[in-house]
Design a binder for this molecule. Sequence first.
Ligand SMILES: Nc1ncnc2c1ncn2[C@@H]1O[C@H](COP(=O)(O)OP(=O)(O)OP(=O)(O)O)[C@@H](O)[C@H]1O
Ligand SMILES: [Mg+2]
Length: 243
Amino acid sequence: MRRINKTFGAVQALIDVDFKLQPGEILGLVGDNSAGKSTLMKILTGAYQRDSGDVLVAGKGTDFRSPHESREVGIEMIYQDFALCGNMDVGQNIFLGRWPRRGLFVDRKKMYSDAGEVLQRLKVDVNSVYQKVESLSGGRQQSVAIARAISFEPKVIILDEPTANLSVMATERLLETMLELKKHNVAQVIISHRLQDIFAVGDRVMVLKRGRHVGERDVSQSTQEEVLRLIVQGDAEEKTQAK
Ligand SMILES: Nc1ncnc2c1ncn2[C@@H]1O[C@H](COP(=O)(O)OP(=O)(O)OP(=O)(O)O)[C@@H](O)[C@H]1O
Ligand SMILES: [Mg+2]
């Protein structure tokens, strides 16, 4: 993404932001509340439209009008609020909008067995694919949203605050899943306020502050303290150090 700008009324949510992601890479996207993290990723998926700037996927300029279009090229985002249908069950949610059919009818048997398979592959502890999603805890709903995204076999996965609702165990499992996907060369963005998660699995971390890109670090060559400083102070300190 090159020089992305986005305003909402008087709010400048993104100002000339550059963003890059490589196959197989795990990128931590961090910044204070309202820094523009979710907005930047929603522009990538086509959920929001940019005011200006370019989005290139595999070198090709794109202009996704909706997440359906970015899904076609293998981009999946798991939203902060998961966007599941609470009154439907787990199986129906995983295959929402593409329920397997047999003639005119939904092939329920196949849907639930496929859903079970995805969950098992993820080692997700959702006990029953027949359970209504609204009856699950926040953490389990999160897992269902992730299972749904992965079932599309995307090349790029964007996880917006995926561990905010998760227990220690579930967080560990999610981080393991991310490393597993990395082995399959899936590129992943993890938006998180928990730097320890990003430092556990990430390759690179990018910092936004009030809509601006203020820094980027290789995880192996940085520390949580340094990244925290960037989040709070931006690159002001670096500039004074450079003087
Ligand atoms: N649909 C919208 N309409 C109006 N303003 C919006 C909309 N989406 C985002 N904004 C504004 O854009 C700015 C950036 O918001 P964004 O959600 O991208 O921040 P964020 O970095 O994801 O924050 P958080 O850590 O709280 O999730 C904020 O000032 C927010 O109020
Ligand atoms: Mg956000």
